[in-house]
Structure formats: C-alpha cells, structure tokens
Design a protein around this ligand. Structure first.
Ligand SMILES: Nc1ncnc2c1ncn2[C@@H]1O[C@H](COP(=O)(O)OP(=O)(O)OP(=O)(O)O)[C@@H](O)[C@H]1O
Ligand SMILES: [Mg+2]
Length: 421
C-alpha cells in the first residue's frame, strides 16, 4: 500500500492548466449543496461532483485523469481506512485528498491526516463555515494566513437597512456565546452615537472605544481590559454613547489594531456594524472572519442585501457572507422563496417575526435567547454558521442536546487538530 504517497507533492501536478481543479464523490445532495456553497466560486478550473462512495471513487479513479483536489465522502463505509489505502494506489501522488465522513473520533482524525496523508478531514453534518475554513485554503493554496488562524474569531453583523433587527440578533448571539456557552466574548458596538447593543445586554458604555478608534497607539491588552465593560464573567461590551454633536475622528488602521488586540483576549469578537460608508466601518468589516448580513422581508432589503453581497471579501474571509432573514412572516412581507429567487442564493438563518417576545425581553432586560423557542434556535443556527461548535461546557443551562460531534470538535480545537485553526 502506498499510504504516504498522497502527501508527496509534485510541482507538475499543481501547474497543469488543463487539469480539473476539484473532483468530489459525495453520498448525498445535502452535503453537495453545502460544499458548493462553502467553496463558492473559488474553484478555478471547475468542480465535478458525482454521487458515490469511496468505492465509487476507487473505480472511477482507475480510469479518470487525476484532478488537483479529490474530495471523498467516506460516510457509511465500515472500513474507511483500508478503502482510503486502496484509493491511494489509483490516484497520482500529487493530488490533494480531502475527506468528509461521519466519524467524530479524534484518533481516526489523527490517523488519516497524519498517517495516511489525507490533508484535511471534516465530519457530517458539514457546514459552509467548515468547508470555507478547512477545505477552501487547501484548494486555492492561498492560506487565509496564520494571522487569521491565531486568536479569536471576528464576526461582523450588518443590517441591509436600519431597523431590521441587527442589534437584536448581534446582541443575542453574543449572549449565547458568552453567557450560555461560556466562551470569552466581546460585543463591539461600532455605532458610537446611536448604538443600542449595550442597552440590550445591560452593559455599560464608556469612552474607551472612541479613544481606541481615534488614537490607536493607546491600544494594548491593558487598555482593552479597562475599556471593555463586563456584562457577565465571560461577556464584555465595548460601546460608547457619544454626543451627537461630536463626530468620530477615525484614525486609519485603528480598527485592525483593535481587532488584533481583542482577538488575543476573546474567543469571539461580535461586532454590530452599521452600513455607512465610513472608513472605520469598512475596516472593521475587512478584518472580520465572517460577515453576516441581516435583512427583513422587504423589497428595499433585497436590493440592499444584493449590494452588500457585492462587497468583496476581506483577506480573512474565505466564504461569502451568511444571510439572515429577520422578521419572517411579518404581515405584508415577502416570502422566503420570493427573497431567495431575487437574491439567487439561499437564506442561511431565518428569524420569525415575534414583536411581543422581543419587546418584552427588551423591557425586562433578559435577552430573548435565554428562552427556548424558535428565536433561540435561530441564534444557535447562526452560532453554527459563524463557526461555533457547541457542546461540552454549556452545562445544565443549555436545553438543547449536547452532541457528541460538538464535543469532538472541541477536542480538535483544544488539541490544535482543527485543521487550520
Ligand atoms: N424578529 C423580530 N420580530 C419582531 N420585532 C423585532 C425582531 N427583531 C427585532 N425586532 C424589533 O425591531 C426593533 C429594531 O430592532 P434592532 O434595534 O435590533 O434593529 P437594528 O437593525 O439594529 O436597528 P438600527 O438600524 O436602529 O440599529 C426593536 O424594537 C426590536 O425589538
Ligand atoms: Mg442597531
């Protein structure tokens, strides 16, 4: 058997222009959809997806020319190791092999990625985020950069329009991560004048954020420690309440420096960024790992979502933005299908219209995500989209079942086995 051979890189294999970029053998249509969404249009010379197992791949690869990247779905195979070994005999050595499976076992992961030369492994149900993060850089050979991989994850939420529910969603996501899931989380309210996120979370505002954005030389870990106000042990808020008569004097580069410093301290940096064409907002967006666009079911929102989708990805963003439809079912609103037809992409997360519950939670100071129900479920779905794998230490406070998959993903993370992270 020729197990090490996958890894051996031949320079000729990477530079053949006629070569198919990605050939995938996948077991089901759902996995195919997520893979396509996650890779977007980064695949230079095309992607050929066929239905099949690792056995189908072995038969096909005996005849087909080898692509640059081969993606194999080994789920359901009771002897995946020997099948992968067999496969290595029929593909050229330079091919990059990426594997999707259903085994969430850390030893298995270690074995195939170290001992068998498979470059990366993710397990089902796969997410766009996992595909974008772990597979995409190996396909483009553009690593997202070690800078992007070290430290916390930066997520920016931006409303397609004002008033669609962005702050509600961003604040509740931060609460879910920081309070319910106990990850070190900071909520950054980039609207220094009119932001309402601190209010929603019951956090204090202060002068720190403005200072940071105007005089970035002052930003260091101690500064951040003082400026971010605690809401709970692991959820902090960085927000201001500046006089409307005093516009921000933004210093170029401050957003990047602030984000880099926050990432050393927090697992998640959740930013509520209004879409105003200001340098500060533009830079905050640019240095996010993940952008989330929030829209409501209106025609104006559709138009502005299309415009936001056209904003090019920043250097740390391998995948296209997540689209959240807020207030679905609002009387007179567009249907999900109408919106998806107009956008020509799928909506990733849907938040129902629930004025009563959200108004009550705003008045009583407990974010709506603390209560079970469709709103909480949508926030959990959004958490997954942005790369949070829950499970291990949500403890008794978490009513949703803690999955074994989640816990192994956390082991991957804590033992630095999580691919590029
Ligand atoms: N899913 C929802 N169903 C019903 N009402 C909602 C929903 N989400 C938010 N709201 C309500 O809509 C109002 C605006 O919400 P929010 O402040 O989150 O919007 P925003 O997009 O951040 O607005 P702004 O542009 O002013 O920053 C609030 O009163 C909030 O309670
Ligand atoms: Mg807002």
């Amino acid at each position: 058997m020729n197990q090490e051979s996958y890894r051996m890189s031949t320079s000729s294999s990477a530079s053949r222009p006629d070569r198919l970029t990605v050939l995938a053998f996948l077991a089901d249509v759902q996995t195919e959809q997520v893979l396509r969404d996650g890779l977007g249009d980064i695949v230079a010379n095309g992607m050929d997806v066929r239905r099949g197992t690792v056995r189908t791949a072995i038969q096909a690869m005996a005849k087909l020319p080898t692509p640059e990247v081969l993606i194999i779905d080994i789920s359901g195979d009771d002897q995946p190791l020997s099948a992968l070994g067999e496969l290595s005999d029929v593909v050229e050595p330079g091919v990059r092999v990426l594997v999707i499976g259903d085994t969430d076992d850390v030893d298995f992961y270690r074995h195939i990625t170290r001992g068998m030369g498979v470059m990366e492994y993710i397990f089902k149900p796969i997410t766009r985020e996992a595909v974008g993060r772990h597979f995409a850089p190996l396909i483009t050979r553009k690593t997202v950069g070690s800078d992007a991989a070290r430290g916390g994850r930066v997520v920016s939420l931006m409303g397609a329009r004002g008033g669609v529910g962005t702050t509600t969603i961003a604040g509740n996501l931060a609460w879910y991560l920081g309070v319910i899931s106990k990850r070190h989380t900071v909520f950054v309210e980039s609207d220094l004048h009119m932001g309402s996120g601190a209010l929603l979370l019951g956090g204090k505002t202060g002068p720190g954020l403005r200072m940071a954005l105007e005089t970035p030389d002052r930003i260091d870990p101690l500064f951040v420690e003082r400026a971010a106000q605690p809401v709970s042990e692991r959820l902090h808020v960085l927000a201001s309440e500046e006089k409307l008569s005093e516009p921000l004097n933004y210093a170029k580069g401050a957003a990047q420096r602030l984000i880099e410093t926050l990432r050393v301290r927090y697992n998640f940096v959740i930013m509520d960024v209004p879409f105003l064409p200001m340098p500060c907002n533009r830079e905050l967006l640019e240095y996010s790992h993940h952008r989330v666009i929030v829209m409501d079911p209106s025609l104006a929102s559709v138009r502005d979502t299309l415009r936001l989708m056209g904003v090019p990805n920043g250097p740390w963003q391998p995948q296209s933005p997540t689209i959240v439809l807020s207030r679905q079912g609002r009387p007179g609103g567009l249907t999900r299908k109408q919106i998806e037809d107009a956008l020509k992409v799928k909506i990733d997360v849907v938040i129902p219209d629930m004025p009563k519950q959200l108004n009550e939670s705003a008045s009583f100071g407990e974010p709506a995500v603390t209560e079970r129900g469709p709103f909480r479920q949508a926030i959990i779905d959004l958490g997954r989209e942005i790369g949070f794998v829950g499970g291990r230490d949500e403890g008794g406070s978490s009513p949703e079942p803690t999955s074994a998959l989640g816990s192994v993903a956390n082991i991957f993370k804590s033992t630095k086995l999580g691919g590029l992270s």
